[in-house]
Design a binder for this molecule. Structure first.
Ligand code: PRP
Ligand code: URA
Length: 219
């Protein structure tokens, strides 16, 4: 898919800001420690969720300031964040800082190393999910297989408002997700050219789960 086509897509947004590009450089650097890596994943997730929730519904409420009674607004939408285990967990603290009243569901998927197909091992979603604004969290959108499966699991529970927040996406992953689920709004912070022969994003940042949790093995 060409760059021009991405710019024309209404349901895909690359969040590009000098601070985000600076933080992406730290994430991509292989010398970055797991502690810093996890902290920056959270910081970028905060900004992405702020962007993705810009059209939330509010309702009018009455409050009293130290000076007088007045009208104010509070969010009326239910919001559910769904991290894809493991790496999506790294984004939860950042989005919860911004939306402390959100519900959190969990989807467990891992990629089969030989087929790269997503394998489901866990799913726990809040009862309110069908009528909620759902934001799926996963730092990496590579082949797109895990994202397509996670969106389907949430649609199967009746949800109609789904956004997907990935910190680094491959062009192939974007294409695969939005072809399978054109009604999903996709946000990323970095858009990378390609995948290597074992399905890793190039240049990417390596295995996000391993880098958050410090489980990577030196070859
Ligand atoms: C990573 C990542 C995504 C998936 C993306 O998870 O966090 O969930 O790969 O790849 P895809 O777009 O090709 O499906 P992984 O399977 O490595 O599991 P982990 O987070 O438990 O390490
Ligand atoms: N999962 C990751 O963590 N990194 C990649 O580059 C691809 C899939």
């Amino acid at each position: 898919m060409s760059k021009a086509v991405y710019l024309l897509m209404e349901n895909f947004k690359v969040i590009s800001h000098p601070l985000i590009r600076h933080k992406l450089a730290v994430l991509r650097n292989k010398e970055t420690t797991p502690k810093t890596f996890k902290a920056i994943i959270g910081e970028i997730a905060t900004v992405m969720s702020y962007e993705a929730l810009g059209d939330l519904q509010t309702k009018e409420i009455d409050i009293v300031t130290p000076i007088c009674a007045t009208k104010a607004e509070e969010i009326s939408d239910e919001i559910v964040f769904v991290p894809i285990l493991r790496a999506g967990l790294g984004m939860v603290e950042g989005v919860r800082d911004l939306v402390p009243f959100a519900h959190i569901g969990h989807i467990g998927l891992y990629r089969d190393e030989s087929t790269l197909r997503p394998m489901e091992y866990y799913c726990k979603l809040p009862a309110c999910i069908a009528d909620s604004r759902v934001l799926i969290l996963d730092p990496m959108l590579a082949t797109g297989g895990s994202a397509v499966a996670a969106v389907q699991m949430i649609k199967d529970r009746g949800c109609k408002s789904i956004s997907f927040l990935s910190i680094i996406a491959s062009k192939e992953g974007v294409n695969t997700l939005l072809t399978a689920h054109p009604d999903v709004m996709l946000y990323c912070a970095g858009l990378d050219e390609k995948l290597n022969e074992i399905g890793y994003i190039v240049p990417g940042l390596g295995d996000a789960g391993d880098r958050i949790f410090g489980t990577e093995v030196e070859n």
